[in-house]
Write a protein that binds this ligand. Structure first.
Ligand code: CA
Length: 219
């Protein structure tokens, strides 16, 4: 999934960026509220991880503006231990969950999965599409019960397709779920990943809609 991380502390921001990438996410990191507000207006994200104490525009205000525009993406706020007031203001402004610093990376990754799963309308942590089963927490896919070896990017792509089974996703939507801004895709990288997924999972599972994008069959 594509995550926007907004944190002005360089050490914490860097640790979270690296950690979330190791969990297989495409992460963009911004350090102030104005930049975050602009990015949220123009780019699609699956999750916002938002520090509340930010330069230029405070995190609660970023959140109010986001919800004011009717944007529903899940938001996880990061708060300092002694700032209960901030946390309440953040939740009132439309945050879905909060984590108190110091941040435990595994807990952050687990909450991120839970939030995006809920946002996608999946109550169960496992996702099934026909004879394919996907476990986002373990980053493991099984086909008719047998584990399938996938690279990090192949897994991310498969998860995005499976979460949207029965719908067509454009190239831009799929690339956005795979890459962050500092991580520009090769022009044919998406095709290569799709090709590999078809080789591993069967060629009929992922449909090409020429000139539009790709979609996974529902069953
Ligand atoms: Ca801060």
């Amino acid at each position: 999934m594509r995550i926007l991380l907004v944190e002005d502390d360089p050490h914490l921001g860097d640790a979270l960026l690296v950690g979330l990438r190791q969990h297989g996410h495409a992460v963009d990191w911004l350090r102030d509220g104005v930049a975050a507000d602009l990015a949220l207006k123009s780019e699609p994200f699956d999750l916002l991880v938002l520090d509340l104490g930010l330069p230029r525009l405070d995190g609660v205000e970023v959140l109010r503006r986001l919800r004011g525009r009717g944007q529903v993406l899940p938001v996880l706020i990061l708060t300092a231990r002694d700032t209960t007031g901030d946390k309440v203001a953040g939740l009132d402004a439309g945050a879905d969950d909060d984590l108190v610093k110091p941040i435990d990376l595994d807990e952050l990754a687990a909450r991120a999965r839970a939030l995006t799963r809920r946002a996608a309308g999946h109550a169960s942590p496992r996702l099934s599409v026909g004879d394919l089963s996907i476990d986002p927490a373990a980053r493991q896919a099984t086909l008719r019960g047998a584990p399938v070896e996938l690279t990090t990017r192949e897994f991310s792509l498969l998860l995005t397709l499976a979460e949207n089974a029965g719908r067509v996703l454009t190239r831009a939507q799929l690339e956005a779920s795979l890459y962050g801004w500092r991580d520009e895709p090769d022009s044919n990288a998406l095709e290569v990943h799709i090709h590999n997924l078809r080789k591993k999972l069967g060629s009929e599972r992922i449909k090409t809609l020429r000139g539009i994008g790709y979609g996974m069959l529902k069953s």
